[in-house]
Design a protein around this ligand. Structure first.
Ligand code: F6R
Length: 645
């Protein structure tokens, strides 16, 4: 029960389960899935080349298809896949948009695919974001004609937006719509805000192929990765056809396949409630999931569930094979009970048979990895406080500087302060003035999307460092236990980061080997395919794998907390640390030390609540769920999953 279970490498193909209306394949992760899609595309390109025909591809941008493009580039380099017979049509482009802008889809496609393959430039088509408005309609018509002249789209690949858009066909788009100018949905603009350094810079319009254009493709592959897409994927694959979710129109197409990683498939009936689909192989993990689901559905504590409740909800075989209900209820109740502990570092001198952590050693060395300088207190501030209060040797390792998430305004404020400090204390009047002038001029001359100057980036990093140090001081750990790793993958000066490299892994390895902890905490955003958290986690996995032969690692447990955005499902929680109202308040004060992130952060995402509010809401919700399941009622709970590496 303690391990994160991975499916086998093979995709789980759509079952005729009566719930899915589009054939759907689920893969272990987005990398394996992207490889499969790339192979499918390569096969069509080769088949067409063998018969002297061109292959017409409909392409998408965004984070979803980048893995497919990487695989295609690999195949071009290593397997001789040629694109000389390929003609491409991209789905969309922002309007207005200059092709050399960082955010343009022309730039994106060149960088992610076209610059690395042998496609003929004249065979590339992307909607033109530079046209005068009055020429757009004619352009759109000719875009449609060009697709037809090329012989129609052989394969169209798609991502899906949180609004259910395909291309930029936002809710309300008709099934027969063609290439046209549209107005972007508010949610879509929020999602694009970080690419544009602020929502105010995101264009309000775009040119997009229509739903009808897409449906004319001979084959369509819609891909989605990560839990953020799970609910819109569920609506697309299992919901009624409606223009409220334009992707549902794909249900009318005869040759569409949805390709998912396990996280994006999580809300499909077959994944979420497989007992409603057919007989299951019941193990403790599945029984726990089913019992929790039933208890929540009926709003009844676990110990009050009856035979009838199980039978009426597709779980007759669970009752027959493992019943009666009384036994199942007790078993699952105890499983849940045993996740709760006020001693996250283990309870000294206590029988630890049914506790999440070992009693020994009584005083543990602990490393908390925090991808950004505030994830530690936001996601596990209460547990951090408890570990320190209970006498463990706690270290925090901040993996990145977090410097891009600081407002320019704060840099000016701090430099001004430094200037006055210099003057008043007569340290060196000139350097303060000089720095101030330099910083202000570089900020004033910066356009949205430009990199910060070296000084500004450095000061931003320093602001976040000083906040993290203040939070650690508040929690009560000495300065020498606070480690700033400044992992190099992050220091691009851009929102887009480099991939993980050996230098990143080395830094993490060296720290771990120096401290030799018994407990490691890390941000476990396992299925976030691109974000900083995922890279930070990979560095820890790789470091621990490299250290496997070191004796200390055999007694080192890895606990995963969730990043700022989600919480673990109750059935995944291996350790639940309750917080009293007082502890929750202390946690809030630790988060408040991160002043640069308060009163709206630079990258707040789609959620308008502040980080401390999100953290408290989430911890209170977990406590309410435990309470509803019939366990003790706490003010708040922080949750962890153990990862066996
Ligand atoms: C991109 C496009 C959009 C994206 C969708 C998902 O050309 O038309 O429909 O596919 O917004 O974006 P990502 O992949 O970034 O989550």
């Amino acid at each position: 029960m303690n391990t994160i279970e991975h499916n086998s490498n093979l995709s789980i193909d759509s079952q005729q389960n009566g719930f899915e209306r589009i054939p759907t394949s689920v893969y272990e992760d987005s990398k394996v899935a992207s490889r499969a899609v790339a192979e499918e595309i390569a096969e069509v390109i080769r088949d067409k080349a063998n018969t002297g025909q061109s292959c017409v591809l409909g392409l998408a941008t965004g984070s979803t298809p980048t893995g497919v493009y990487k695989e295609l580039i690999e195949m071009h380099r290593n397997e001789g896949l040629s694109f000389s017979n390929v003609i491409t049509f991209n789905l969309d482009e922002y309007f207005p948009m200059e092709p050399d802008f960082l955010q343009s889809y022309v730039y994106f496609m060149n960088e992610n695919l076209f610059d690395h393959i042998d496609i003929k430039k004249e065979n590339i088509h992307i909607p033109d974001g530079t046209l005068p408005k009055e020429l757009v309609a004619t352009f759109c018509q000719s875009y449609e004609e060009k697709i037809l002249e090329a012989g129609g789209l052989d394969i169209q690949i798609l991502g899906i937006g949180r609004t259910g858009h395909i291309g930029f066909n936002e809710p309300g788009s008709g099934i027969h719509s063609k290439t046209r100018m549209i107005t972007l949905d508010h949610i879509t603009r929020t999602d694009a805000a970080s690419d544009f350094f602020g929502e105010e810079n995101v264009p309000r319009k775009a040119i997009t192929m229509g739903v009808g254009t897409i449906l004319n493709a001979k084959k369509i592959i819609l891909m989605a990765w990560g839990e953020g897409k799970a609910s819109i994927v569920q609506e697309t694959v299992e919901g009624e056809i409606s223009d409220k979710v334009p992707a549902t129109f794909l249900q009318t197409h005869q040759n569409t396949r949805v390709v998912l990683d396990t996280a994006a498939a999580a809300s499909l009936v077959r994944q979420k409630t497989p007992w409603l689909v057919g007989p299951c192989n019941w193990d403790v993990a599945l029984a726990k999931r089913a019992t929790i689901w039933l208890s929540q559905k009926l709003d009844k504590p676990v110990l009050k569930l009856t035979e009838r409740d199980y039978m009426d909800h597709g779980m007759s075989d669970l009752i027959t094979d493992h019943g009666p209900a009384y036994d199942i209820n007790i078993k699952i109740f105890n499983e849940l009970q045993h996740t709760i502990t006020g001693w996250p570092g283990g309870k000294p001198n206590a029988d630890d048979t049914n506790r999440p952590e070992r009693a020994l050693p009584a005083k543990k060395k602990v490393v908390i990895f925090s991808p950004h300088p505030d994830d530690d207190v936001i996601s596990m501030g209460g547990t951090f406080l408890r570990l320190v209060d209970q006498g463990h040797e706690v270290h925090v390792a901040y993996q990145t500087s977090g410097n891009i998430a600081v407002f320019d305004d704060d840099v000016i404020r701090f430099t001004d302060y430094f200037r006055d400090l210099n003057k008043d204390f007569e340290i060196s009047n000139r350097s303060g003035d000089e720095l101030y002038a330099k910083v202000v001029s570089s900020i004033e001359n910066k356009k949205p999307g430009d990199e910060d100057s070296e000084e500004v980036a450095k000061i931003k990093g320093m602001i976040r460092r000083s906040e993290a140090k203040a939070a650690c001081r508040y929690v009560g750990i000495p300065d020498e236990n606070v480690h700033f790793l400044d992992m190099p993958f992050y220091e691009t000066g851009q929102i887009k980061k480099d991939p993980i490299g050996p230098a990143d892994v080395k830094i993490v390895t060296e720290l771990l080997d120096k401290i030799q902890p018994q407990q490691v905490y890390a941000a476990g955003d396992l299925s976030d395919p691109h974000g900083t958290h995922r890279v930070c986690l990979d560095a820890i996995f790789q470091a621990l794998a490299g250290l496997k032969t070191e004796e200390w690692t055999s007694d080192c447990w890895l606990w995963l907390y969730r990043g700022a955005w989600q919480e673990w499902d109750v059935n995944d929680i291996d350790m639940a640390v309750p917080l009293s109202p007082g502890e929750l308040f202390r946690k809030r004060k630790a988060i408040f030390k991160h002043q640069s992130q308060k009163d709206t952060a630079v990258f707040p995402g789609a959620d308008s609540r502040e980080f401390w509010q999100r953290a408290e809401d989430r911890n209170r919700t977990t406590a309410q769920i435990y309470d509803q399941l019939g366990l003790a009622e706490y003010e708040a709970i922080e949750a962890f999953k153990r990862y066996e590496y």
